[in-house]
Unconditional design. Sequence first.
Length: 186
Amino acid sequence: MEQWQMDEVLKFRLKDVKLLLLDADGVLTTGEILYGPGGMQLKAFDVKDGLGIKLLLKNQVQVAIISIKDSQALFERARDLGIEHVIMGRQNKAWAAKELIERLGIDPSEVCAVGDDLPDLGLFSMAGIRIAVNDAVEEIRQEADIITHSKGGRGAVREVSELILKAKGLWAKSLQEFKSLALKAQ
């Protein structure tokens, strides 16, 4: 379902989200992997996505990243953003998500998952709301409740963050905080 076609039931369900589960490659990044000197992996992350994540965390929505691959770049990005729940190197994303959800004591209906490719079906199986980034593979798009306007690594996570905060009635408060900072600087 396209974002602009979102029905009232889905908006109501977004209001109850307590945990945002994110894939890494193709969601937080464009999916490209660059290799630097010595084979070091380099990844680019969108700053708008980062701000969206920080706003969710500030408003008591937990964020977790579950990735099949181990990545130092991903670990550093998660640390920079204050994301406590980072699970890497797990082939079965459904089990990783299930363990995390149980440990946090959250009902799967209160989980929103964002994915782009077939391994993310595991994340989707543990989430009450499933979101595909705009450039996700067709099989993920078909399973999604929402398809973002933005592509993975290009603001899709920010878009999802705003949807959640708006559904919870917290977006205006976040926006006002930034406006207040701008006024103080004048």
